[in-house]
Design a protein around this ligand. Structure first.
Ligand code: ADP
Ligand code: 2DT
Ligand code: MG
Length: 212
């Protein structure tokens, strides 16, 4: 029998929903429980492509809208060999944002269809679970002001949210919506439990290809 593989778990959701907090907590808890688990975040600003993306987000650099979309996708593809290796070695990979943020943010610009936005990410490792951290705008606002990066306005974020809802209609993906207004601890417990269930379920199943 082939060795058991790790699960690919994506965290998505609106700004300040707690994706980064829960990603760190989840990986730590899985490790504490004796599982092998690693956290990745997209964009990964540490690579050459990631540095370009970071200067775009920080408004130091202007890039044409198609161009930046493709760079976000390239920033995922450059990690694919490493992600596959980890998953096949039995390491669970938790990603803080993934292709769904890519599609939701570009399509929120208005002049981009969902299908065009999805194309560059077709064939990426398919998440076994996409946890959508749902939080209403008022609750998000209580967690602090927006930063000063591109996209950080409430009108744009509302459009992003509508794009996420369109993507969630795709029943070939395992979306699970969780209530992100809960305490960090309660949400962590819920996420950990769903993650562990998924890890059990997929360990002997082949890794899928996204949107294929
Ligand atoms: P995201 O990565 O989704 O933007 P973060 O994890 O960075 O969100 O959290 C945004 C802010 O909200 C941080 O200050 C964090 O400490 C706080 N926070 C995260 N989760 C919760 C929660 N469940 N309840 C209250 N505050 C939270
Ligand atoms: P954070 O580093 O705070 O998560 O913000 N984005 C992200 C895109 O526009 N396309 C993508 O493919 C991804 C992964 C969301 C990063 C910002 O970049 C946006 C917020
Ligand atoms: Mg974050």
């Amino acid at each position: 029998m082939a060795a058991r593989r790790g699960a690919l778990i994506a965290l998505e959701g609106v700004d300040r929903a707690g994706k980064s907090t829960q990603g760190r907590r989840l990986v730590q808890a899985l490790r504490d429980a004796g599982h092998r688990a690693d956290l990745l975040r997209f964009p990964d600003r540490s690579t050459e492509i990631g540095q370009l993306i970071s200067s775009y987000l920080g408004r130091e650099k202007n890039l044409e809208d198609h161009t930046i979309h493709l760079l976000f996708s390239a920033n995922r593809w450059e990690h694919v060999p490493m992600m596959k290796e980890k998953l096949h070695q039995g390491i669970t990979v938790v990603v803080d944002r993934y292709a769904f943020s890519g599609v939701a943010f570009t399509s929120a610009k208005g002049n981009f269809g969902l299908e065009w936005c999805k194309q560059p990410d077709v064939g990426l490792p398919k998440p076994d679970l996409i946890l959508f951290l749902q939080l209403n705008p008022e609750a998000a606002a209580e967690r602090g002001d927006f930063g000063h990066e591109r996209y950080e306005t409430s009108s744009f974020q509302e459009k992003v949210l509508q794009s996420f809802y369109c993507l969630m209609e795709d029943k070939s993906l395992n979306w699970k919506t969780v209530d992100a207004s809960k305490s960090i601890e309660d949400l962590h417990r819920e996420i950990k439990s769903i993650a562990k269930e998924t890890m059990e379920e997929v360990q002997n199943k082949p890794l899928g290809e996204l949107w294929k």
